[in-house]
Design a protein around this ligand. Structure first.
Ligand SMILES: [Zn+2]
Length: 148
């Protein structure tokens, strides 16, 4: 599989392409900002490689909070469901949301989600999803090339 550095460089390159396309398509700059922020968060902190036993760049970026992802790593075998382009990001978002809820509950702070517009949710979901698709495509492409 490609290393963390390859995933990050190609991910950032694709982000520039996406932003260029979105700007030329006349998409609202706030939506582009939401997309870009969630894209970078997904690329750097919610990578499908959070399932790697020996750790990954994403896991290291969590720093002292990296332990929160150990159950995820145990639940999902490497390149299993975590590398499915639909279920992978969904499992990480649900898992991350659950962990945030547990942490906030532990310190007795209630979470109240703000009402969001449909466009903001769509930009956020697209921002989380696109780098995941790129990651999985790169993993598969490198596997195929090495197989030949
Ligand atoms: Zn991977």
């Amino acid at each position: 599989m490609p290393g963390d550095r390859v995933h990050n460089i190609t991910g950032v390159a694709l982000l520039f392409v996406c932003v260029y396309y979105l700007l030329n398509a006349g998409i609202d700059s706030e939506m582009i900002l939401v997309f870009s922020a969630s894209y970078l968060f997904s690329l750097l902190w919610l990578s499908p490689d959070l399932d790697v036993d020996r750790g990954s760049g994403s896991l290291r970026r969590w720093g002292p909070l990296g332990f929160l992802w150990y159950p995820y790593k145990e639940l999902f075998s490497h390149r299993g469901m975590s590398h499915n382009i639909l279920l992978g990001p969904l499992t990480r978002l649900v898992y991350f949301g659950f962990m945030v809820w547990v942490l906030f509950s532990a310190v007795n702070v209630g979470i109240k989600l703000p009402a969001m517009q449909k466009d903001v949710v769509l930009a956020f979901v697209a921002g989380v999803w696109v780098p995941d698709v790129l990651h999985c495509m790169l993993d598969r492409a490198v596997t195929e090339v090495r197989r030949d």
